[in-house]
Ligand binder design. Structure first.
Ligand code: DGL
Length: 285
């Protein structure tokens, strides 16, 4: 039987998904994408040389993001997912314009905003994230644009990301820090809490335990990573860009960081659920 040549659509579908973050925290989002789309090859870039983005200016994050996109486009990514909430808040519009038609750009904010608009119309919802994410007001603007009457209460919780990176995510110290943030009157009366930072899925059980202890069943804790993974899956399927199964072989992901340390590599298990090998890609030398 004659073999047909691969179609242009199939070639495009074989291109990888690019994912970037300020560091390795975005591996929580990469993990959700890998679970939702097990045949997709991922090219991950963690800008560990500039970590944390949560304290950086919008201009700095935009400059980093553009350079990272150059790398992901050189790797022929069909879709670029901005896994970092701080970068999604600071640089999404610019990145989308910069990338143009070369790849689809998805941020981690819009999908969860849609979900909140659909499920929490007319209700009070809390949000915790870095200073950059909260001060940018991007979540509030996008939620207000939906005009669904969601009343968003945001609180910057800058200690939480470094706390998780230091390994404090399931002990009494992390429980105390989480409680002291969540006790803040800014979050009183909320019916859902949006985890607007890559690191927070790791402390989701402790956050849920906090609310279970105070108002059982009243506050839902929302992790945007699964929601954005579902958005990516829907986009690829709708546009016939989903990678074909590779005869049972696992896709060969690549995980790059702009500054390599052993401790980053050791933490990959924490965020990705399994240890991965980090490759040093010095974008800024
Ligand atoms: N990845 C960042 C975010 O989701 C958290 C870490 C940082 O501040 O760089 O906002």
């Amino acid at each position: 039987m004659p073999h047909s040549l691969p179609s242009a659509a199939t070639d495009a579908a074989r291109r990888p998904i690019g994912i970037f973050d300020s560091g390795i925290g975005g591996l929580t989002v990469a993990r959700a994408v890998a679970r939702a789309l097990p045949h997709e090859r991922l090219v991950y870039f963690g800008d560990t040389a500039h970590l944390p983005y949560g304290d950086k200016s919008q201009a700095a994050i935009q400059a980093y993001a553009v350079k990272i996109c150059d790398l992901l486009l050189r790797q022929h990514c069909k879709l670029i997912l901005i896994a970092c909430h701080s970068a999604s808040a600071a640089a999404y519009e610019l990145v989308r314009e910069y990338v143009g038609s070369k790849a689809q750009v998805v941020n981690v904010i819009d999908p969860i905003v849609q979900l909140v608009g659909a499920e929490y119309a007319g209700r009070p919802v809390g949000l915790i994230g870095t200073k950059q994410t909260v001060n940018s007001n991007v979540y509030k603007k996008k939620i207000d644009e939906l005009d669904r009457g969601v009343d968003l209460h945001s609180l910057a919780t800058p200690l939480l990301a470094s706390m998780v990176e230091e390994g404090f995510y399931d002990n009494s110290i992390s429980a105390d820090i989480i409680a002291s943030y969540l006790d803040n009157p800014a979050l009183s009366g909320i019916e859902a809490l949006l985890l607007a930072c890559t690191h927070y899925p790791l402390i989701q059980p402790q956050i849920e335990a906090y609310y279970q202890g105070r108002a059982p069943g009243r506050v839902a804790v929302l992790d945007p990573s699964n929601v954005v993974a579902a958005t990516v899956r829907d986009y690829l399927h709708t546009h016939e860009l989903a990678a074909p199964a590779a005869n049972g072989a696992a896709p060969a992901h690549h995980f790059y960081v702009s500054d390599f340390t052993r401790s980053f590599e050791e933490s990959t298990r924490l965020f990705f659920g399994q240890a991965v090998q980090l490759e040093h890609y010095p974008l800024w030398e």
